[in-house]
Design a protein around this ligand. Structure first.
Ligand code: SF4
Length: 118
């Protein structure tokens, strides 16, 4: 069965926009409720090794939807498009979730809402 995954991109872990968010608490809340099949965390998906990570993760994988919590979804689409193309992953199955400048509990609620909407 095709899988749903959630990645948290932490923007190096130093970005002030994420200072009120505990990424591990967010991912634990989502996985404990089994709202996705797997979760992951990456420090900078828009860097070269982020491309490598996405390609390695997605190439030939049975991923129905990839949710990425991080920066603006439109920015994500632009930054990840080459990696998705090279991995043969349909970019329409990527759902970016903007979670900058939010507290942990609000991030969890926003991600839950996005997961429920697809
Ligand atoms: S993909 Fe977005 S959230 Fe991740 S490091 Fe780049 S700008 Fe930051």
């Amino acid at each position: 069965m095709a899988k749903k995954g959630l990645l948290f991109c932490v923007c190096l872990g130093t970005c002030p926009s994420f200072k009120e968010t505990d990424e591990y608490e967010v991912l634990n809340a989502i996985r404990k409720e089994k709202l996705v099949d797997w979760v992951g965390i990456h420090p900078q998906l828009c860097a070269d090794d982020g491309d490598v990570y996405l390609k390695t993760l997605l190439k030939g994988a049975d991923v129905e939807k990839l949710f990425v919590a991080g920066c603006d979804p439109h920015m994500q689409k632009k930054m990840f498009k080459d990696a998705f193309k090279e991995a043969g992953f349909n970019p329409d199955n990527h759902i970016g979730i903007e979670i900058r400048n939010m507290k942990t509990k609000d991030v969890i609620e926003k991600i839950k809402k996005e997961l429920a909407a697809v």
